[in-house]
Design a protein. Structure first.
Length: 424
RNA sequence: GGAGAAUUGGCAGAGUGGUCGAAUGCGGUAGUCUUGAAAACUAUUGUACCGUAAGGUACCGGGGGUUCGAAUCCCUCAUUCUCCGCCA
């Protein structure tokens, strides 16, 4: 959520910047400012009335203390009118405040200046690439066939027990999955992230805190009985750890990492996009979250990008790094880099990581602040990234490393898997 | 799941209808004293919003209510503790 003060002061710049998202928010911002103006007006009136009635209440108290019953009762009568206007002002203040809030929720984050304009993923900028795309022979199989042939993943069993998109990982498949989780967590820890195992289910306030609510309500599984949401990403609990917190400036950078399963309803997805491991309702991911001083967040984003690139290189997958264009940029992000790995048998680039700087967009909702050198509260910059999402890594590993004799495990993972080849 | 008790400022802990944004202690900050430190003493020390400012408003777990007036009374939700039940 954008800060209202920022809209008051920089309406033109915000309007201009949001054009990279192909949005013209000028009218929306004008109406927000109009509501804001009305709200402030009503708030001042309410405060004045409250002041008056506080004053009279105190006087009545004194009159009673002095035993002047009649005068006190006379004063009481005077308050009748005040009470009524106080009540109606209170109502309009809270109505206006929630109108303002609702309107603010509809404005996405202001893109960073580096974000290219554009409509679709076609317009994303490739800023880096690496690794070698393997030449697979004619008999090369997509990962869902390999998973079946080697008994690594059972999709049908998942359908029986739960539903589509909830696969079982079996034997060496399960061990490879666990190896990847441990490898990613160890790497993150070595890079200075504190390891956390968060709850996998969160309350409504947390959903709002990181911005999944209200925009993506339908994308989360909701346990109605207790009004809990299954997390779509570890970002939610890992960032909400810091909701309503005032951190110390000296503590920057604050870095946490966690492995969690992620649950997504993926309403509206279909066809070959959801084939095999490409898109699941439950998948594993290691997430990194960083809190930074506003002056350092740009550099922090770069560091996180090179960190993610580093681990992709270690497991030897061909990748490309994209800077998302305005049209593809998530609602809450000011800037995002996506990493895609090449899954050779599918002949497809698969997104395995998304690293973003949210600047103050999340911290404003979260009330996550720090005290600056003048002891004033300022909003913290929040960043996060996948490091990494497992299923598509698994898909690319299986496809790219298939040989006639089995599937080769990258060397860095062997200490974690305990085997260097997946065999029948 | 049932019964009971509790939830107050960074922490501990008073306060049961009126000069309470809240005693007191600890902690923090600044100063005095000291070669320096400790101790002692003095002062100061919550957050947010409105306002150029003066100042004002709100907040005593969350929400709602009673009242001229609520930390204090009522309802409701959450959390913690104790006992019972169940359980990996």
């Amino acid at each position: 959520m954008l800060e209202i003060s920022r809209i008051r002061e920089h309406k033109a710049e915000i309007t201009e910047a949001l054009k990279t998202r192909n949005l013209n928010v000028e009218d929306q911002l004008s109406s927000i400012l109009a509501i804001d103006e009305k709200w402030r007006q009503a708030k001042s009136e309410l405060d004045a009335v409250a002041q008056e009635s506080n004053k009279i209440a105190k006087e009545i108290g004194q009159l009673f203390a002095q035993g002047k019953q009649e005068e006190a009762n006379a004063a009481k009568a005077k308050t009748q009118e005040l009470k009524e206007s106080e009540k109606s002002l209170k109502e309009s203040v809270s109505t206006l405040a929630s109108e303002l809030q609702t309107a603010l929720y509809e404005i996405p984050n202001v893109p960073n200046k580096l974000v290219p304009s554009g409509n679709t993923d076609e317009d994303n900028q490739e800023i880096d690439k690496g690794g070698t795309i393997p030449e697979l022979g004619d008999g090369a199989k997509p990962h869902w066939e390999l998973a079946n042939d080697y008994g690594l993943i059972d999709f049908e069993l998942g359908v029986k027990v739960t539903g589509a998109g909830f696969p079982f990982y079996l034997g060496q498949g399960a061990r490879l999955q666990r190896a990847l989780i441990n490898f990613f967590l160890d790497e993150a820890r070595d890079a200075g992230y504190k390891e956390v195992i968060p709850p996998f289910v969160v309350n409504e306030a947390s959903g709002y805190g990181t911005g999944q609510l209200p925009d993506k309500e339908g994308q989360m599984y909701h346990a109605q009985e207790d009004d809990f949401y299954l997390i779509p990403t570890a970002e939610v609990p890992l960032t909400n750890m810091f909701r309503d917190v005032i951190v110390k400036e000296d503590d920057f950078p604050i870095q946490v990492t966690g492995y969690t399963p992620c649950f997504r309803r993926e309403a509206g997805s279909y066809g070959k996009d959801v084939r095999g491991l490409n898109r699941l309702h439950q998948f594993d991911k290691v997430e990194i979250v960083r809190l930074e001083h506003p002056s350092k967040s740009a550099q922090a984003l770069d560091e996180m990008v090179s960190y993610v690139q580093g681990i992709i290189e270690k497991i030897g997958l061909p990748f490309r790094t994209l800077r998302l264009c305005g049209g593809d940029l998530g609602f809450t992000a000011a800037m995002t880099y996506d990493f895609e790995v090449y899954s050779a048998a599918q002949d497809k680039w698969l997104e395995v990581s998304s690293v973003s700087n949210f600047e103050t967009f999340q911290s404003n909702r979260l009330k996550l602040r720090f005290k600056d050198e003048n002891k004033k509260s300022q909003l913290v910059h929040t960043l996060n990234g996948s490091a990494l999402a497992l299923p598509r890594i698994m898909a690319a590993l299986l496809e790219n490393n298939q040989t006639e004799n089995g599937i080769k495990i990258p060397e860095v993972l062997v200490p974690y898997t305990g085997f260097n080849m997946i065999t029948k």
